[in-house]
Design a protein around this ligand. Sequence first.
Ligand code: SF4
Length: 271
Amino acid sequence: MPKFQLHVSGLNMLSKCGIQFERRYINGEKVPPGVSLVMGTAVHKAVAADLTEKITAGKLLPSEQVQDIARDALAAEWQKGVVLEEDYAALGEKKAEAVAVDTAVSLAELHHEEAAPGLQPTHVERPWVLDIEGLPVQLAGTIDVQEGLRSIRDTKTSKKSPAADVADTSLQLTTYCLAVRQHDGAVPEKAGLDFLVHTKVPKLVQIESRRTDADFPHMLERVYQASRMIEAGLFMPASLDDWYCSPRWCGFHPTCKYARRLVSVAVGSEK
Ligand code: SF4
């Protein structure tokens, strides 16, 4: 029987809400993504195509082609189904899609103009899997961009500028650095996050950090603990006051037996 593959997104989900993890990764239930996730997927496809061209042909794609890839990818993802978060719901589906297309195209273009020229990728969207000794789970993931042993990078789309320490505290970057050490023989010199921030004027924020061998034990302890929980089949729900335990942030909320339902009670209407 194949081993369960634990991705860092699953590891993070498990530490926030075990029920979400169980439904998504153990039971295989899927909920349609929100607009932000769909935009992120479209931008990732354009960035990957642009940087793959740099590896194979030694130069980036023409700007128009990068924009077309983002536009087409957004349309294709939209067709599969999307949940309109509050801001987008207020616009209505057609307008929301138009805004999402414009945003994805402008962020892909931003990466093409400001981030991609400075990158020397050796791998793009590199999948990896690690066996962890003594565990029934494997750790797995996909590195967005690798520049040999010089750096690994993850591309993010965001509405807000990130916190200054976001790369230092990223479990995702730690797992990617471990994967490179195991597959390529050394920890990469830098681990970076390339944030494409969709403020009024889109901006690129690049934040870099480093990992050493001392950074891996605490991450692996989390994997060991996750493995025990998966084996035991014991999952705890999020706390009721956790911000993400809400219809806006959790797609399972409408059908979750642990979720708090808001019931309207009429008050002050007695005559
Ligand atoms: S509604 Fe709350 S408890 Fe239920 S899966 Fe979502 S986050 Fe977890």
